[in-house]
Design a protein around this ligand. Structure first.
Ligand SMILES: Cc1ncc(COP(=O)(O)O)c(C=O)c1O
Length: 365
């Protein structure tokens, strides 16, 4: 089976783990500090705070922006649940914007009409690693004096002509969960060019502690361990190769998959460069999506729906009275299907994937 994700852990990570085990310091220490500095350097000097996972990175960043009970946060209707759990846990309400069908990212044109006196932040997601039009979102946000937090959990290494590499300006969060482009099992990072947000995130990460056993605010235990940090530091060195490999596989699919019943994702161009965390096809109907998925599996290619439900219509969201009708997100949830695009695919494997997808025919055609 050609899988969608494959953890690439090698001798470098093994050595790093041994170094940590032998150092006698497993909790947040020198390795965590090192990886933060390495990300800060890569992202052009923003402050980087490593935390235990991407969901908690969103929680800390929103809390640092002052999001709390009664506030509203405008976000996308199509993402992983980890995008909105922090909003709800902080006592705020997610307000769902519908998405653009082609990119699956938040539809910017719809944002302004969702702003109210309670809106505290906008939380766009760079879904599948495709940068959302951040300049346009920042423009709306600055006119209304609203914060912007980018959920870049899938977008490390992506870039946009107007705003540069994702995470190099503003405030963004990343995830390093096992299936991400670079990974350390569980891990997250807040990157910010705002020193006051950085300071609050640092405090919140470790029980609001200003010095040992002296606490300025009610915080969290959200620290990264040195084991995670040491793996992540090695993984970061491979980021450019990983991104180049995924982009090369995506370009290969764009050039070689020929099937009129399938819409391919947006191609990279000089304005926007996805890091292709996912390469996501769109079908004409749910029946076609399910049929192509079964066809792919029968030919030993893993294919999965990210995501089979719109965020705005999960049972928990409905139970909380926070659901919204977002037609494009609901439509996409029925017709999207991701195929393997990871950098570790061999030439034979990616050719096989392209052949399998090209040779599929919709039922009844
Ligand atoms: C878009 C998005 N947001 C949030 C998260 C949450 O990250 P984590 O799994 O590290 O908590 C993920 C990752 O799974 C994600 O893909």
């Amino acid at each position: 089976m050609i899988g969608i994700s494959k953890l690439m852990i090698g001798a470098g990570e093994e050595e790093a783990i041994l170094r940590v085990v032998r150092s006698g310091q497993l909790a947040m220490g020198a390795e965590t500090h090192d990886v933060e500095l390495a990300f800060a350097k890569r992202l052009g000097g923003v402050e980087c705070i490593a935390v235990s996972n991407g969901t908690v990175a969103i929680t800390l960043a929103l809390a640092a922006m002052g999001v709390g009970p009664g506030d509203e946060v405008i976000t996308t209707s199509f993402s992983f649940i980890g995008t909105i759990e922090p909003i709800i846990q902080l006592g705020a309400t997610p307000i769902f914007a519908d998405v653009d069908l082609a990119s699956a990212n938040m539809d910017i044109a719809g944002i302004e009409s969702l702003i109210t006196s309670r809106t505290k932040a906008i939380l766009p997601v760079h879904l599948y690693g495709r940068p959302v039009d951040l300049a346009a979102i920042r423009d709306v946000a600055s006119r209304y004096n609203i914060a912007v937090l980018e959920d870049a959990c899938q977008a490390i290494g992506a870039s946009d002509a107007n705003t540069g590499e994702v995470g190099s300006s503003g405030t963004a969060v990343f995830s390093f969960y096992g299936s991400k482009n670079i990974a350390c099992g569980e891990g997250g990072l807040v990157a910010t060019d705002d020193p006051s947000i950085a300071e609050r995130v640092r405090l919140l990460r470790s029980h609001g502690s200003i010095e040992t056993y002296r606490h300025k605010m009610v915080g969290y235990n959200a620290r990264m361990t040195d084991l995670q940090a040491a793996i992540l530091r090695v993984q970061l060195d491979s980021l450019d190769d990983v991104t180049a490999g995924r982009r090369s596989n995506a370009a290969f699919y764009h050039d070689t998959i020929h099937n009129d019943a399938i819409t391919l994702p947006v191609r990279n161009d000089e304005t926007s460069a996805s890091c292709f965390h996912q390469f996501t096809l769109r079908l004409a109907s749910q029946a076609d999506r399910d049929d192509l998925q079964a066809w792919a599996l029968a030919h030993e290619v893993e294919a999965r729906a990210y995501y089979p439900y719109a965020l705005s219509s999960h049972p928990v969201v409905e139970d909380l009275g926070m659901s919204a009708r977002c037609e494009n997100a609901e439509a996409l949830s029925n017709v999207v299907l991701s195929i393997p695009v990871r950098e570790s695919l061999s030439d034979d494997e990616r050719s096989h994937v392209a052949d399998v997808v090209s040779s599929w025919e919709p039922q009844g055609s």
